[in-house]
Design a binder for this molecule. Structure first.
Ligand code: ZN
Length: 498
């Protein structure tokens, strides 16, 4: 195969992948925002399955790997985009080929069943129901570690699958620092008698909705290149770079929920909208990792919009809609949007305690993959770790080990991306502050310089650079969790005066 033929094959495949992915995203958006008629569910599933199968066979075919190997041999002649394209297609091909096809099919069937069983098990708080499925799932994942390969710890194989470059050695250091600096702070705050004023009562959903255009504009989300919708579990989805959609779930009794989840999804969307157009044909208008994507959403949600300066912008907007805030000042609002308390449920956790919830899962997954613990021991170990790290103990498994869907779906190694991504975010903001007056931008209500920095240093690069290289190029240093831990420590020590 010649170089030209290899490029021709890959460009054609990448174009087909892009169009099929766009179709899948539209169908999925439609299903989640407007629903699928009950009787159409099997046909809907068949369409999704068929299109996904096409994606799979585009990558897993002999001409894909022949093209990749041809270009790998010419590495020094390739541009940065061509090299990254070759790297990404090669990686996907090799990962898919590493798993024996009958095992892959058995896994998909198991995951589909296990997720249904998990819903009932959680509703009944009955761990024994899910246990046989977890045993099979963890066993499959341990074999997956061997198929993918690793040099030190089996869990490394799964970590790297979700977060390129992540391994037990780096994450032990990261979580070790959290255990040392953040866990004691959480306990101190939990014991603090003085509690900040909370936002309580019912907030009309129609009025909440009126705040959203202002809020999404504030983050830099281009509403002319997307759509918004309402769903049970908010998400962001990309049809193409000119159609990036975000969703919200409104709660009458929880005003902050829709506000901050909309900021979070806008952060994801701004990233997608800002990727360089020329990356599309290389299949690189994408993120290099889940953690990098999450760094963008959490950076807007927490580091920018849970700041004192943003509270000052938010308060008059809240007053326009709700008389409730007439007696509030900026400081009270800043404290109310940053209430930290030990809790049991990860998805409801605050900024300070969130990564400790992830740490519980990280330590259990690591021990499971090393074969040091068994699935049957999880409920007890889970409760012990919550007590040790966060200072609370679940009364039952529904609010303990059964709360997340991830394990039943086979997503082991996924959780750490949430915490690592947040830490990337803190490192980006720290570097940005050297040239951008971040607080000044927030006070003025103009995030253009912040967005400009992110576009230049993070967004436009898509998946060309791997996470480690992206961080180094943007911040001048390799990944260092110090920025995140310092940020959390300073912010919450000041807030709670502990
Ligand atoms: Zn997110």
């Amino acid at each position: 195969m010649t170089k030209l033929q290899a490029f021709d094959v890959l460009f054609r495949k990448i174009e087909a992948v892009r169009h099929i992915s766009a179709a899948l995203a539209v169908i999925n958006w439609d299903a989640l925002t407007t629903g699928v008629p009950e009787k159409s569910l099997p046909a809907h599933g068949a369409t999704m399955g068929w299109l996904s199968g096409e994606l799979f066979s585009l990558i897993v075919s002999p001409d894909s790997i022949e093209s990749v190997e041809t270009l790998e041999a010419l590495d020094s002649e390739l541009t940065a985009n061509e090299r990254a394209m070759t790297r990404e297609v090669g990686r996907r091909y090799r990962k898919l080929m590493a798993v024996p096809p009958d095992e892959f099919q058995a896994f998909n069937a198991l995951a589909a069943q296990a997720q249904t069983v998990w819903e009932t098990a959680r509703a009944k708080s009955d761990y024994d129901m899910i246990l046989p499925y977890y045993e099979k799932m963890f066993d499959y994942q341990r074999r997956l570690c061997d198929w993918y390969g690793y040099s030190k710890h089996p869990y490394d194989a799964l970590l790297d699958d979700y977060e390129r470059g992540a391994d037990v050695e780096t994450l032990d250091r990261f979580f070790g620092a959290l255990r040392e600096k953040i866990a004691p702070l959480v306990k101190k705050i939990g014991a603090n008698k003085e509690k900040p004023k909370e936002i309580e009562g019912l907030f009309d959903i129609g009025k909440q909705k009126k705040l959203m255009p202002w809020l999404t504009d504030f983050t830099g989300y281009d509403r002319a290149r997307g759509k918004t919708g309402e769903v049970e579990h908010p998400f962001c989805t990309t049809i193409n770079r000119h159609d990036v959609r975000i969703t919200t779930k409104y709660h009458e009794d929880n005003l902050l929920s829709a506000l901050f989840s909309t900021i979070h999804e806008s952060g994801h969307a701004v990233y997608e909208q800002n990727m360089a157009e020329e990356l599309e044909r290389y299949g690189l208008a994408d993120t290099p990792s889940m953690g990098v994507h999450e760094s963008q959403s959490r950076l807007y949600e927490n580091m920018l919009c849970r700041s004192r300066a943003f509270a000052g912008r938010l308060l008059p907007k809240l007053r326009e809609q709700f008389d409730y805030f007439s007696g509030w000042d900026e400081d009270a609002l800043y404290r109310a949007i940053n209430i930290a308390r030990p809790s049991l449920i990860r998805i409801e956790a605050d900024e300070l305690t969130y990564s400790l919830h992830i740490m519980v899962r990280y330590e259990l997954e690591k021990a499971l993959m090393a074969g040091e613990i068994q699935a049957a021991e999880l409920p007890g170990l889970w409760a012990d770790k919550y007590e040790e790290l966060i200072g609370v103990r679940p009364e039952n498994d529904a609010v303990g080990v059964l709360q997340d869907v991830h394990w039943s779906g086979g997503a082991i190694g996924y959780f750490p991306t949430y915490a690592v991504g947040t830490a990337y975010g803190a490192q980006f903001v720290n570097a940005m502050r050297k040239t951008v007056d971040v607080d000044g931008c927030l006070e003025k209500g103009d995030l253009a310089p912040v967005n400009g920095w992110l576009k230049e240093n993070v967004h436009r690069h898509g998946a060309v650079l791997l996470p480690g290289d992206l961080l180094k190029q943007a911040t001048g240093e390799p990944f260092d969790p110090k920025y995140y831990i310092d940020y959390l420590g300073e912010k919450f020590t000041d807030l709670y005066m502990v």
